[in-house]
Design a protein around this ligand. Sequence first.
Ligand code: OGA
Ligand code: MN
Length: 281
Amino acid sequence: MSVELKRSGAPLGHEIRGVDIATGVSDADFAQIENALNEYGVVFIRDQHLSPEQHIAFSRRFGELESYPVGKFILPGHNEILVVSNIMEDGKPIGLVDAGRNWHSDMTFVEKPPRCSLLYSLEVPHQGGRAIGDTQFVSTSAAWDGLPDDMKQRLAQLKALNSFRTYSGKKSDGREDDGKAMPDVVHPLVRTHPFSGRKCLYLSESVTVKIGDLDESGTASLIAQLIGHITRPEYSYRHNWRVGDLVIWDNCSSMHKAVFDYALPLRRRMHRTTVSGTRPY
Ligand code: OGA
Ligand code: MN
């Protein structure tokens, strides 16, 4: 099998072709997938047929897996899989409905945030013959590179407070009980990618609650300014899902946001695995 990269036209969001995870990925092919992830930040593989065990086994090749720490949305029998879904069974959600309608990187609220996440689609909502419920991605390394030098100098000095407690205090999506117990963490606003060495902007809307010594409104306006910059079209890729897609994103060099343009009876169901990372620096 030979791995081929079909570029999206953006800095990230390239398709990897020639891979069938269920029948096995050689070490050489895996190395190409991993290199592409490290270099571009978001890659995807279409037309997969993965059992939870196969999804988990493939994800483990990137590193140790984590269990999602807040809420009760783990796939029964599989601690490594977070269910992301709007489906209700017996009056209860089977998964996390709001997996991120703000711009975010996964779990910036822990000391060692995950290296990458692998989201596999099982059900995709359709309307008028096209899939909806896209996920938008942006390259935080390309966005960093595109900043003016004076801004880079200012931002590179700053630390940011990330607080899931503050975020979950404003919401009720089934994560608030565990969320209250999550201690706040401080990360650099600009971090270095552990594999590529590139600088990346590092924040999450609603979870990053204080930057440097700015007050609440100063923090909010800096975040708005940064999000405005990061989400420029030249740094962006929008994934239109098909059943059987596996999208892999790097939580340092990319951010993402769910497009919440669907509702029941249109069903969306995805499985996410989360690979451990290191402390941002
Ligand atoms: C996630 C996430 C977005 C989506 O699973 O971490 O942010 O579109 N998902 O489901
Ligand atoms: Mn997410």
